[in-house]
Design a protein around this ligand. Structure first.
Ligand code: ZN
Ligand code: FE
Ligand code: FE
Ligand code: ZN
Length: 267
């Protein structure tokens, strides 16, 4: 039995394909017992960027997930969001939280400023204008704030800045330490996100180095494919399970109505 796939998207974010029922169908084919939809959450302003649902589509999103739940009663399907953490948006995130009976929120940092989403392929040239270590520092400062905010059950793709394979020469361990100390204190999980294997970095988010520190500090984990198409559901979960096992993890977390459940995952 595979662990729950807690990170998948829908076409409402404008860069994913396949309806939630199709992702659920794929999960059933793979023998998954639990999945969760975590599409990109709306921003206070709908014109903030072009890769998320609009606020007036939030109810439609919930309806699509409910349809998948009704279609596949044998599969537990959680209702969630991947919420962008930008400092100053805490009130907005609390407002979103109050609108539906969410099972969990993934807090992700994609923006290191109001205008630069570091994983956006259209803005890859920005990386050449900046010092990589400075970007990583700002990113992990924000990720630490996200963990401390207690707004999220899971922190998404913890070392996202490696996506395009651009890595600082400096030792990033102190950045990981600071973030993971905050995550442990706030009792927030990090995810093993297999999408990194499909990017230039060719590595699960997070790295073994970061995950080893997480294990030492008792930071819980979840698993996610970050599927943007039905065929990506549960992709490379064998590698993610192996990594988690090798580092020492035997349990992962699942969530119901924002309450954590500890479950053993298979070897
Ligand atoms: Zn996406
Ligand atoms: Fe993300
Ligand atoms: Fe995602
Ligand atoms: Zn993501």
């Amino acid at each position: 039995m595979l662990p729950a796939d807690y990170h998948m998207h829908t076409p409402l974010c404008r860069h994913a394909v396949g309806e939630p029922v199709e992702y659920a169908q794929r999960a059933v084919e793979l023998g998954l017992s639990e999945i969760g939809f975590s599409d990109h959450s709306p921003m206070p302003r709908d014109d903030f960027d072009n890769w998320r649902m609009r606020f007036d589509q939030l109810d439609e999103y919930v309806t699509k997930v409910r349809l998948a739940q009704k279609t596949f009663p044998q599969l537990t399907i959680r209702l969630a969001l991947e919420v962008d953490f930008l400092p100053g948006q805490e009130t907005w995130i609390r407002q979103l939280a109050a609108l539906h009976p969410w099972d969990y929120f993934i807090g992700s940092v994609h923006y290191v400023s109001e205008s630069w989403d570091i994983d956006n392929p259209a803005k890859i040239s920005e990386w050449k204008k900046r010092d990589a270590f400075e970007v990583w520092q700002v990113y992990f400062d924000r990720l630490t704030l996200a963990a401390e905010s207690k707004l999220f059950e899971i922190i998404g793709h913890a070392d996202l800045p490696k996506k395009f394979g651009i890595r600082p020469a400096q030792d990033c361990k102190p950045l990981y330490e600071k973030f993971l100390t905050a995550a442990a204190k706030a009792d927030v999980a990090i995810e093993l996100n297999t999408a990194g294997l499909r990017k230039d970095c060719k590595e699960i988010y997070p790295s073994r180095e970061l995950l080893e520190i997480a294990f030492q500090k008792n930071v819980p984990i979840t698993f996610g494919s970050d599927a943007h198409a039905p065929g990506e559901v549960g992709l490379n979960f064998a590698e993610a399970i192996q990594l988690a096992r090798e580092v020492g993890y035997k349990k992962c977390r699942q969530f119901e109505k924002r309450k954590a459940i500890a479950v053993k995952f298979p070897s």
